[in-house]
Design a protein around this ligand. Structure first.
Ligand code: GLC
Length: 535
């Protein structure tokens, strides 16, 4: 199992289980499917997995609307099966992170049902953010806050005769009422949830919307639609919650790992969340959102390394997750959004995973990225993401389904081996070309590239640990020197659209497999160069 020390340079694989592997033919991934692929994950060489929410849920936001935090959704399997899976992952040397959702619950959670059905003034109301509306009969929402998914952040409770209209706050979909963290009951319940899962062997949590929870006192009017979220997120009280969670997580051996999904207005504010007394780590979304540019990537790396120094916690690198356009498609286009040459896209893509693996810290991979999956086209009539349905008519935003399309396993099988039933999101017709069995057989495939690179990181300590120096982006060449013990390696990535002169040093590895004899560094290519004394 991943010991505390391993978290410093862990490669973590995110399993969006609905799309990973279906074991019972209902078209939705599940535990049976996941368990059948533990060998696959082990052969990829990852140290841990992060499972998207596995709790019972009406699946209004695909698990981020939890109706019971102590159990497992029957769609996914049973609690016993999850416990067995955790043991099996541990036997294969992998740790398991679950996803905890503390900002909101499902509108089908018993707490919310009591608040809704209890009527005006019922004590259950105090666990949510419920207010009377404005205007004579309360028909106008209490303030102008907008939901992250679009539309108003308030929905009505059933009307009660002779009473002003009550509204509840939901920063996401209306099936996700926000909890009131001013209420000590809420704290107690979440502490019990952590302990429940830790007792079952879970190694830690990814905390959903970790910057949420508290809202500014009085819920002041602000123009959220103009991008001002200052009253909705990142309130000072939230840190006390994580101080408590840290203490609880430290009561276990090895101490449990906490990583936050945190969006703040600045890195200074992000700093407040990470450190000995709170979270182990926070995702760095500015790296993920960085367009293809040597200068931009160098800036992001510098900021992230500084952040790591200041928090005394290794950095986190990630390029894709279940909320973002797959990075094959993001980096496979020119600045105008037109697709670029396939070979260059593939070279860029290989170079980016090699770059991340050559940086110190933790790497989070999103399932399917090791197959080089692009963002899939999903027809509007098949879309499932609540964010799509809440968009105003003029919006071009299509939601997040395109990165959630199921994984292709077997090229000859129905639905590329994902399921014998109809997949919950349609799989593009050419998806079987990306399948795991097809890539297994091809030594030059993306899958084998990922495997080789992860293996290389395991056998070369300078990659995952080591010190970075001499970061530069001169002439569109991103480069730095990585040192550990006797090893001194230059990492150089060509961000230009034309070949560059190869920097000096002994070539240890280069990403453009088909250019192995090429004396130049090709567009998008990365190289690791051993630096000998005097170079
Ligand atoms: C996070 C999750 C996202 C979810 C939202 C609401 O951003 O990553 O998938 O929809 O929180 O829980």
């Amino acid at each position: 199992m991943t010991s505390e020390g391993h978290w410093h340079s862990a490669v973590v694989y995110q399993v969006y289980w609905r799309s990973f592997k279906d074991g019972n033919g209902d078209g939705i991934g599940d535990l049976k499917g996941l368990r059948s692929k533990i060998g696959y994950l082990s052969s990829l060489g990852v140290d841990a997995i992060w499972l998207n929410p596995t709790y019972p849920s009406p699946q209004g936001d695909h698990g981020y609307d939890v109706s019971n935090y102590f159990d497992v959704d029957p769609l996914f399997g049973t609690l016993e099966e999850l416990e067995q899976a955790i043991d099996e992952f541990h036997d294969h040397g992998m740790a398991v992170l679950l996803d905890i959702v503390p900002n909101h619950v499902s509108s089908q959670h018993p707490w919310f049902i009591s608040a809704k059905e209890g009527g005006h003034g019922h004590e259950a109301e105090s666990r949510f953010i419920i207010r009377q509306g404005k205007g004579d009969s309360g028909g106008i929402p209490p303030n102008d806050w907008k939901s992250v998914f679009g539309g108003p952040a308030w929905s009505k409770f059933p009307t009660e005769a002779g009473r002003p209209q009550r509204w509840y706050l939901h920063m996401f979909d209306e099936c996700q009422p926000d909890l009131n963290w001013e209420n000590p009951d809420v704290h107690e319940r979440f502490e019990k949830i952590l302990e429940h899962w830790y007792e079952l062997g879970v190694d830690g949590f990814r905390i959903d919307v970790a910057h949420g929870l508290y809202k500014a006192p009085g819920l002041p009017q602000i123009e959220t639609f103009a991008g001002n979220w200052s009253a909705c997120w990142d309130q000072p009280e939230v840190h006390e919650v994580y101080r408590r969670w840290r203490k609880i997580s430290n009561n276990y051996d090895p101490r449990r790992f906490l990583i936050g999904e945190i969006h703040t207005s600045s890195r200074e504010r992000l700093l407040e969340y990470v450190g000995e007394d709170q979270l182990d780590a926070a995702f760095d979304f500015s790296f993920l959102h960085q367009p293809w540019s040597a200068e931009g990537f160098v800036e992001r790396i510098i900021e992230n390394l500084q952040f790591a120094d200041e928090t005394n916690s290794p950095p986190v690198w990630t390029l894709s997750n279940h909320d973002e356009t797959r990075h094959w498609s993001r980096y496979g286009t020119d600045p105008e959004g037109k697709p670029i040459d396939f070979v260059e896209t593939s070279t860029r893509y290989r170079s980016l995973i090699s770059l991340m693996l050559a940086l110190p810290g933790r790497i989070f991979l999103f399932n399917g990225e090791e197959l080089g999956l692009p963002q899939a086209e999903v027809p509007d009539e098949s879309r499932q993401d609540p964010a799509f349905f809440r968009q105003p008519p003029e919006s071009d935003y299509k939601g997040r389904d395109g990165c959630r399309v199921p994984i292709p396993w077997e090229k000859e099988e129905e639905n590329a081996g994902f399921s014998t039933g109809e997949p919950w999101l349609p799989m593009p017709r050419n998806w079987h070309l990306y399948s795991v069995d097809a890539q297994d057989e091809d030594s030059g495939s993306m899958l084998n590239y990922y495997r080789d690179q992860i293996r290389m990181r395991k056998s070369h300590e300078w990659m995952g640990l080591g010190q970075v120096s001499q970061l530069s982006s001169d002439d569109g060449l991103l480069s730095f020197v990585k040192s550990r013990g006797q090893d001194k390696v230059m990492v150089a990535l060509n961000f230009n659209g034309i070949p560059m002169q190869m920097p000096r040093g002994e070539i240890l590895f280069r990403s453009g497999a088909c250019f192995s004899e090429d004396p130049q560094l090709e567009p998008g290519e990365i190289v690791f160069l051993l630096l000998h004394e005097g170079v």
